[in-house]
Design a protein around this ligand. Structure first.
Ligand SMILES: [Zn+2]
Length: 125
């Protein structure tokens, strides 16, 4: 197994975690990590199916409270899973998309906010 922290190709088994999964130790950087390191399962006790449901429902526009109710997972865990997945996706994007040369830019959406007039504010109140 390759070390996810320094990239050293050979790591050694280093006991088990309290939950019973294998721990590893890198002889190069002396760090320890488990099999789930750098995955959405790391330090979370939820199944792959639940993670998939959370991410898919979130992509389809479900509310976070609704997700928590449907899956039976705590609200903060739902938020944490989505944040982690989003961060991971951003990292993959940043790694793969470099120096894109363009001649034409197509702006699908362009939003601007100029000013809210006083009369609009007064109408609502
Ligand atoms: Zn290492």
């Amino acid at each position: 197994m390759q070390c996810p922290l320094c990239g050293h190709p050979k790591t050694h088994k280093h006991g088990k975690t309290s939950k019973g999964s294998q721990r590893y130790r890198c002889p190069h950087c002396h760090q320890t990590f488990s099999e789930t390191f750098d995955t959405l399962h790391y330090r979370r006790q939820i199944s792959s199916e639940t993670i998939q449901t959370i991410l898919q429902s979130h992509a389809e526009g479900s509310s976070l409270r609704g997700l928590s109710r449907i899956t039976g997972v705590a609200y903060n865990t739902c938020v944490s899973v989505i944040r982690s997945a989003s961060h991971k996706a951003q990292m993959i994007h940043n790694q793969d998309v470099h120096a894109v040369s363009t001649n034409v830019i197509n702006a699908d959406e362009l939003w601007s906010f100029v000013k809210k007039s006083k009369s609009t504010v007064n109408q609502k109140n």
